[in-house]
Design a binder for this molecule. Structure first.
Ligand code: SAM
Length: 328
């Protein structure tokens, strides 16, 4: 194995795989109000195609894979993909990002298939508010049940991602913070990115510096190391808490210098950066019978095209695809 690194000497060892553009929720901060144009089934990579790309990427040095979407659990047979990816020797970490609605029914099978850990999006603990944030499409109790089942079957850690929005859920910061003390939750507070509705995002934006000040009403936040991974979150702990508090600052303080990722969209485009429109098609070359060394070259080319950093702070928001199609 040679190991991949980009033109800024960042090691690239992490592939995020979006397995579907479909989602069973319609979250206001993620989906545009106009809805999205759905990909057709023939456009979506098959599990075999995803496996081939992951295997070649692993030969180049990818050792961590995260499955995302859309909502990955709405794609039928997801545990089978996990099983296939788990057979790739050099991939040592398979994780999932999900809204948790279907997690309760799948957690045990996913764990058995080789899934190690899971991140669940959870923006509120109030059922009515959950309905509003998801435009009426979701039931909070299904998510809470999914989280409990994931913990029970040994997916570890279960991390909860809360996108904090002024006037929508920022009054729950302390409730989420308290859960790191009472229930050992690992909560990551994420700054709202202007990917669905730029104007609304500007007025709803809460910087991590504010979140942190408010959370410190519960006690001093002591820096700590993450249990696994070396992602973009900075981690802290309240004194004697079992759980952790993470902060993710895509807007107020980019962390692109740490970026170790490539992103594969459900329709087979490999993206060097979440927040740029650039992408290289792998699907058509695969379906045209490209050799494995040809596929390797396309992956290396994508790595070489990784930009130094995204331009959100300068007001640049990629518009070619809705966020839910790239797999945040
Ligand atoms: N459906 C899955 C889920 O809900 O976790 C996976 C896809 S979702 C696009 C991945 C992550 O992107 C979620 O944690 C979500 O909260 C985050 N996200 C979506 N829109 C965002 C925004 N405008 N700002 C910050 N994070 C966002």
């Amino acid at each position: 194995m040679t190991g991949l690194s980009d033109s800024f000497q960042r090691p690239i060892n992490y592939l995020r795989i979006s397995v579907t553009d479909r989602c069973n929720l319609r979250c206001v901060y993620c989906m545009p109000s106009s809805g999205i144009h759905q990909m057709s089934h023939q456009d979506i990579l098959t599990y075999e195609e995803i496996y081939t790309i992951a295997r070649v990427a692993a030969e180049l040095g990818i050792s961590k894979v995260r499955i995302t979407g859309g909502e990955p659990l709405v794609r039928l047979g997801l545990p089978e993909l996990v099983r296939m990816l788990a057979q790739i020797d050099t991939i040592d970490d398979i994780s999932l990002t999900t809204n948790g609605i279907l997690l309760g029914g799948y957690a045990a099978e996913l764990k058995q298939a080789g899934l190690r850990r899971v991140n669940v999006s959870l923006d509120t603990l109030k059922p009515d508010r959950f309905k509003n944030i998801t435009r009426g499409s979701g039931n909070l109790y299904h998510v809470l049940e999914g989280i409990a089942t994931a913990e029970l079957v040994g997916l570890n850690p279960v991390k909860l991602n809360m996108v904090v929005m002024a006037g929508i859920n920022d009054d729950e910061l302390l409730d989420f913070g308290s859960k790191t003390l009472s229930d050992g939750w690992h909560v990551r507070f994420i700054e709202l990115m202007p990917v669905a509705d730029q104007e609304a995002a500007a007025s709803r934006f809460v910087p991590v510096s504010d979140m942190r000040k408010r959370l410190e009403q519960l006690g001093e936040l002591e820096p700590c190391l993450p249990d696994v991974g070396n992602g973009p979150a900075k981690y802290f702990r309240f004194p004697n808490a079992r759980g952790t508090v993470g902060f993710i600052t895509p807007v107020s303080e980019h962390f692109c210098f740490l970026c170790n990722r490539l992103r594969l969209t459900a329709d087979g485009k490999l993206r060097p950066c979440l927040l740029s429109n650039d992408e290289i098609d792998l699907k058509q070359p695969l379906r045209n019978g490209i050799s494995l060394s040809g596929l390797k070259q396309l992956i290396e080319e994508t790595v070489a095209r990784k930009p130094r950093r995204h331009q959100l702070a300068e007001g640049y928001v990629p518009k070619d695809r809705p966020f839910s199609q790239v797999g945040g």
